[in-house]
Ligand binder design. Structure first.
Ligand code: PLP
Length: 427
């Protein structure tokens, strides 16, 4: 923390641009933590919040409901094949805690006492609360709390850039899937398999090989393990489709949404469950089958109003089609980026790009400077008019989804310059 003695203060934001108190402008290359959809200060979204704020700002969902939360739940179920009901929270970590509790309690509700374990894949990330940390263990982030985290069964992930020696990509993917099946077959004690949908973001922009997620989904069905997907960062267009679980031909029992749900304007997340899960929670009062979980701001009407407007805009503006088109701009920069001495790999899907920085291209050793890479890139990015945030040795480009082709081109040009200029400081 000592390195960060002063922070840049953002005082204005419009479209993809952030402006600080000194008048410096930066393109928001991380969509304000991967959630901004339409850019900042979008009049329709601002109006949705303003209108609702004149009616009900907040009222609890304990014993009550409200119109925006009901309308949004209906819309979410409509766009989510196989899903039946929605449980609201106000951040992604909580949405994943709820997903875990639903999955674990489901088995209790139907009288199964054996299925108590959670399986997952290495290096996933599901948030910073204790349950989410346990399931999404990223060693650098959570090592200090290891003693307090509950144990999970972890399987390797096929990271195409770092396939172990002796395997081809597809052999290693099959090896990972084999491991899962062998463990599923050995003991019937796994309540749920939890993973990010489509790609691991925080764990290093690991885009899954084709069929990987589908096959895990099939194994879950075969061995009666609940399949829980985290679409918080990867759904709603980030990877170029509305829902990754659909694109991946996978069938979750529980799925979590967050980040882009409100267009990045207010804090809201949702955990959706299928009929089977939902029905297991219905019982007489004294059966104690209901879920003891609720947050103060669950179903907040302001957040639900802006989320509903946001989703209407997705449809009206054909946002997913637009993303698929704009996403091609990234491809034009592959060669330019890979030509840079410290760029080992470039991974891209939809509106996500991970640029992996290495000391040595052949050995693929990650760069590891004494100073924080994040700070070096943040400062150099700011000089070049972009707000950048690295994760480990990876430069992440996660722009607002509706960024125009010209703006994205400008962002990528500035990124190339930023990496070039940062090189002497990181090698
Ligand atoms: C895949 C994934 N799940 C969950 C979370 C946690 O969301 P939040 O930061 O809203 O708690 C994140 C946040 O980055 C995420 O990337």
């Amino acid at each position: 923390m000592k390195e960060w003695d002063r922070f840049t203060k953002i005082t204005k934001a419009k479209g993809v641009w952030l402006t600080d108190s000194q008048g410096n402008k930066m393109i928001d290359a991380v969509a304000s933590m991967w959630c901004n959809v339409w850019g900042h200060s979008n009049p329709r979204l601002v109006k949705a919040i303003a209108n609702q704020s004149k009616k009900v700002q907040h009222s609890s969902m304990f014993n009550l409901t409200n119109e925006p939360a009901e309308k949004l739940a209906k819309l979410l179920v409509d766009i989510s094949p196989g899903m039946h009901r929605v449980f609201y929270s106000d951040n992604g970590s909580s949405a994943m805690e709820i997903a875990l509790k639903l999955a674990l309690q489901y088995w209790k509700n139907i009288g199964n006492k054996e299925k108590t374990k959670i399986a997952t894949i290495e290096n996933g990330y599901h948030g910073d609360t204790f349950g989410a940390m346990s399931v999404g263990y990223v060693p650098e982030f959570f090592g200090k709390f290891k003693d307090q985290l509950f144990s999970t069964i972890q399987f390797p992930v096929p990271n195409q850039y770092r396939i172990p020696k002796g395997y081809t990509n597809s052999e290693y993917t099959n090896h990972c899937l084999d491991k899962i099946e062998k463990r599923f077959a050995k003991k019937d004690d796994i309540a749920a398999f939890v993973m990010e949908s489509g790609a691991q973001m925080t764990g290093g922009v690991v885009i899954y090989p084709k069929e990987f997620q589908k096959k895990i989904s099939q194994l879950c069905k075969k061995y009666d393990v609940l399949f829980v997907l985290d679409e918080i960062a990867t759904g709603f267009g980030r990877l170029g489709s509305m829902l990754q679980y659909e694109e991946q031909n996978s069938k979750p029992d529980i799925v979590a949404y967050g980040k882009m749900l409100t267009g990045g304007y207010l804090t809201m997340a949702a955990t959706l469950a299928n009929k089977k899960i939902y029905h297991s929670f219905l019982g007489e009062f004294n059966e104690w089958k209901h879920l003891f979980h609720g947050h103060t701001y669950t179903g907040n009407p302001l957040a639900a109003s802006v989320a509903h407007e946001n989703l209407k805009m997705y449809k009206e503006n054909h946002l997913i089609k637009k993303i698929q088109k704009t996403s091609k701009v990234f491809e034009k920069f592959y060669d330019k980026l890979l030509d840079i001495e410290i760029v080992g790999d470039v991974r891209h899907k939809g509106m996500l790009m991970g640029i992996e920085l290495v000391q040595n291209k052949q050995k693929k050793t990650p760069i590891y400077p004494k100073k924080s890479i994040n700070k070096i890139f943040f400062e150099e990015g700011k000089r070049n008019g972009i707000y950048l945030r690295t994760l480990g040795n990876i430069v992440m480009l996660v722009p607002p989804l509706a960024i125009s082709g010209t703006e994205l081109e400008s962002l990528l040009n500035r990124t190339v310059i930023t990496i070039e200029n940062s090189k002497p400081k990181v090698v």
